[in-house]
Design a protein around this ligand. Structure first.
Ligand code: SF4
Length: 264
């Protein structure tokens, strides 16, 4: 099959698949019609700055709080965002708590990589590849001799002070991000599924130092990975067939809701 994919690209990402799974019509507006809605990106911009601070720590095993504050200040000034001091203090609290938290959660952890780029063949698909960036990979020894290791694929998320509720923690669509990253990680590097753990780590805004980091391990066995890969195939098939059904139950957080682009 050599016809161009409707998005004009030969890759799909988790974010694209997840948008499609929430509402196929929303996927069409965002990824085919490429209609951009102005949104408030303050949380996303904070998340990017915090990610950099975390990466910096993981690579060097030492914190550079000044670099984080400077980066955040630069963004806040350029975008004219309010209340820099509060946002900065949230980030500093999380970063300051990170070293001790990492050492207790992942004793003897070793850094493997950050922002690992994936661009891999999708099983049973000959035109489109899966593309993504894995936030962080570390490993921990399973014995004193350090001859056996467990690898962890981690995705950092920023969240409000309460973190994620039970529904979000068990939402298969949310968890599919890690199912897919693990599946493609194994496609590249091999390894046994049981030797590779997956987790979201929440950095909570406005929480005290002792409570600002939440560990959400995600059980990602072969069946979960297979199911997530099936979702990707379904998405590609449906988009090729130009089936763009609206999901009126997904409108609450949709940027196209109540705009000229979607009258429902
Ligand atoms: S407003 Fe609702 S139906 Fe329209 S694109 Fe968004 S989620 Fe889909």
């Amino acid at each position: 099959m050599n016809e161009q994919f409707p998005t004009g690209k030969n890759t799909v990402s988790y974010s694209e698949v997840s948008t499609w799974a929430s509402c196929a019509y929303r996927h069409k507006l965002a990824f085919i019609d490429k209609i951009v809605i102005e949104q408030n990106w303050i949380h996303a911009r904070y998340g990017t700055a915090l990610h950099k601070g975390i990466e910096n720590y993981l690579k060097n095993k030492s914190l550079d709080l000044d670099a984080f504050s400077l980066e955040l200040k630069d963004i806040w000034e350029k975008e004219n965002y309010p209340d820099y001091e509060t946002w900065n203090s949230w980030g500093i609290t999380c970063l300051t708590a990170l070293p001790e938290w990492m050492n207790s959660q992942f004793p003897d952890w070793e850094f493997i990589g950050v922002e690992l780029r994936i661009e891999e063949n999708i099983p049973k698909e000959d035109q489109i590849k899966f593309k993504g960036f894995v936030d962080c990979i570390i490993r921990i020894p399973l014995n004193k001799e350090k001859t056996r290791w467990k690898t962890w694929i981690i995705d950092w998320k920023t969240a409000g002070p309460r973190g994620w509720d039970r529904q979000k923690r068990s939402d298969e669509l949310v968890l599919s991000q890690l199912y897919l990253y693990k599946s493609y990680f194994m496609q590249i590097f091999g390894g046994e599924s049981r030797e590779i753990g997956t987790a979201f780590i929440l950095m909570k805004k406005g929480s005290k130092k002792e409570k600002c980091i939440d560990f959400i391990p995600v059980s990602s066995g072969p069946k979960s990975m297979e199911k997530a890969n099936k979702m990707v195939i379904n998405m590609i098939t449906s988009v090729r067939k130009e089936k763009f059904f609206k999901n009126k139950y997904g409108c609450k957080w949709c940027p196209y809701f109540d705009t000229s682009h979607c009258s429902r």
